[in-house]
Write a protein that binds this ligand. Structure first.
Ligand code: APR
Ligand code: PHB
Length: 396
C-alpha cells in the first residue's frame, strides 16, 4: 500500500525552474513539494552557464534570493566579438541602456536551496520512478518510490520542471504535443579553471578553426569553451589541447594573456534547439528545459526558465487562491511567445559564430558577410544587444 502525501503543487525537478517556482509559490503562501531524481548534493554540484538578464535578476529578487547575487555578481555592460583575431565591443549600455550579471547557475541553485531549507520546505531527492497520473482530472497525482517505499502524492497541479530528459513531457499524449528540433553538427568542450579571465568582459570568438568563448565566474575563475565534435570524449581534450585551441581561435594579444591553469571541470555539451508545444496538458504545466532547449551561445537557457516561472507563478497564484484560470489558460501562449524569440536569437548567434563542418561555400560566404556587417552596422549591434540583454518580460 503506497503512503499517501498531499500538497497543492507537486513540482518535479529541483533545477533552477523547479526551485524558483517553489520559492515564488511559498512566498505567496501556496504549499508545494519538490521531487528530485538525483541526490541533492549532485544537483548542487552541476556547472552550467552564468549570464543573468536584468529581468531574471528581478525574478530572483521577487523570490527573495538575490542578496548574494547583488554582492558577488559581476555587472557587465558589454561583450566582445572576435572574428579571426579582430575584436569589436558590443556596448550594451549605449545600445540598450541595459546590462547583464555574471553569476553562475550553480550559485543561483545554491541560493534557492538555502532559501528553501531556511523556510523548512522539503525537497524529496532520490525520488525514483516518478509518474504523474490523472492529469486530465482536477485531482492529479504523482506516484514515486523513495528509499524502497512507495508514495502517492495528491495535488492540484503538477509542475514539470524536470529538464529535457524528464518524465513529465512524455505524459502528454503524442497527438496533443508538437515538437520542433534542430541538432547542430558540433558541441562545446567546456573547462573551469582557477585563472584570471583574459578580458574584463566575455569574448565570443569566430575563427576558421571554430568557435571559442572566454567567460568567467569571478575575477579569478575562468570558464572557457571551444567548439568540438559533439561525439568527442573529454579524454580527447587534454588541457594542453584546449589551451592551444583557445589561443589559436582568438587574437594574439588575448592569447598571450591566457593563463593555462589546470582545469577543475571538463565536459562536452551537444548543441540543440528544441521546443514542445503546448506547455500545458490538463493539470500538468511544463517550465524550463522540460519544454525547450537552446544552444548555449546566447546564454538564454536559465533566463528562459526564469521567465517561464515568473509567468507560471502568477498564473498558479490566481488559480489556486481565487479559482481564476484565465492566466493559467494563457500560460503556454505567453511563455512560448518569448521562448521562440530566444530560440531565434540562440540559433542566429550559434549559426553566426560557429564553423560548420560540412563545408558549404555559399553558407560560409554569407556568414563572413554577416560578421562583417555586424562589425560595421550599429543597427545590427543593437539587435544583438537587445536580445542578449533580454527582451521585455511580458507576464500575461
Ligand atoms: N523525476 C524527478 N526529477 C527529475 C526527473 C524525474 N523523472 N528527471 C529529471 N529530473 C530532475 C533533474 O535531475 C534535474 O535536477 O529535474 C531537474 C531539471 O533541472 P534542469 O535540467 O537544470 O532544468 P531547469 O530547471 O529547467 O533549468 C533550466 O538550467 O539546466 C539548465 O540548461 C538549463 O540553463 C537551463 C536551465
Ligand atoms: C558561461 O559562462 O558558462 C557561459 C557564458 C555565456 C554563454 C554560455 C556560457 O553564452
Amino acid at each position: 500500500m503506497a503512503k499517501q502525501l498531499s500538497t497543492r503543487v507537486a513540482i518535479v525537478g529541483s533545477g533552477p525552474a523547479g526551485l524558483l517556482l517553489g520559492q515564488l509559490l511559498f512566498r505567496a503562501g501556496i504549499d508545494n513539494l519538490i521531487l528530485e531524481r538525483r541526490p541533492l548534493s549532485r544537483v548542487l554540484a552541476r556547472i552550467r552557464a552564468g549570464v543573468l538578464e536584468e529581468s531574471t535578476v528581478r525574478v530572483l529578487e521577487e523570490a527573495g534570493v538575490a542578496e548574494r547575487l547583488h554582492r558577488e555578481g559581476l555587472v557587465h555592460d558589454g561583450i566582445e566579438i572576435s572574428v579571426c583575431g579582430e575584436r569589436r565591443r558590443i556596448d550594451f549600455a549605449t545600445l540598450t541602456g541595459k546590462h547583464v550579471v555574471i553569476y553562475g547557475q550553480t550559485e543561483v541553485t545554491k541560493d534557492l536551496v538555502a532559501a528553501r531549507e531556511a523556510a523548512g520546505l522539503p525537497i524529496l531527492d532520490e525520488a525514483r520512478d516518478v509518474l504523474p497520473v490523472d492529469l486530465e482530472s482536477d485531482r492529479p497525482k504523482v506516484l514515486f518510490r523513495r528509499h524502497g517505499e512507495e508514495f502517492e502524492l495528491a495535488c492540484e497541479i503538477v509542475a514539470g520542471c524536470d529538464g529535457f530528459h524528464g518524465v513529465c513531457r512524455s505524459r502528454i499524449p503524442a497527438e496533443r504535443l508538437k515538437t520542433f528540433e534542430r541538432v547542430y553538427p558540433f558541441g562545446w568542450l567546456g573547462i573551469l579553471a582557477h585563472a584570471r579571465p583574459v578580458s574584463d568582459e566575455l569574448v565570443y570568438a569566430y575563427s576558421e578553426r571554430g568557435f571559442a568563448l572566454f567567460s568567467m565566474r569571478s575575477p579569478t575563475v575562468s570558464r572557457l569553451y571551444v567548439q568540438c565534435d559533439p561525439n568527442d570524449p573529454v579524454e580527447a581534450w587534454p588541457d594542453s589541447r584546449v589551451y592551444e585551441e583557445l589561443a589559436a581561435r582568438v587574437g594574439s594579444d588575448l592569447a598571450a594573456r591566457l593563463e593555462r591553469a589546470p582545469s577543475v571541470e571538463k565536459s562536452v555539451t551537444q548543441m540543440r534547439s528544441f521546443v514542445a508545444e503546448p506547455m500545458r496538458f490538463g493539470r500538468l504545466v511544463l517550465a524550463g528545459d522540460a519544454a525547450h532547449i537552446v544552444p548555449p551561445t546566447g546564454a538564454k537557457g536559465l533566463n528562459l526558465a526564469a521567465a517561464d516561472v515568473a509567468v507560471l507563478a502568477r498564473a498558479l497564484i490566481a488559480f489556486l487562491r481565487e479559482g481564476d484560470a484565465r492566466l493559467l489558460d494563457r500560460y503556454s501562449d505567453v511563455a512560448l511567445a518569448r521562448v521562440w524569440k530566444a530560440e531565434r536569437f540562440s540559433w542566429w548567434m550559434t549559426s553566426l559564430l560557429h564553423k560548420f563542418p560540412e563545408g558549404d561555400p555559399f553558407r560560409d560566404r554569407l556568414q563572413r558577410a554577416e560578421l562583417e556587417y555586424l562589425f560595421q552596422s550599429e543597427a545590427m549591434q543593437k539587435v544583438l544587444a537587445e536580445n542578449y540583454t533580454g527582451l521585455p518580460l511580458a507576464l500575461s
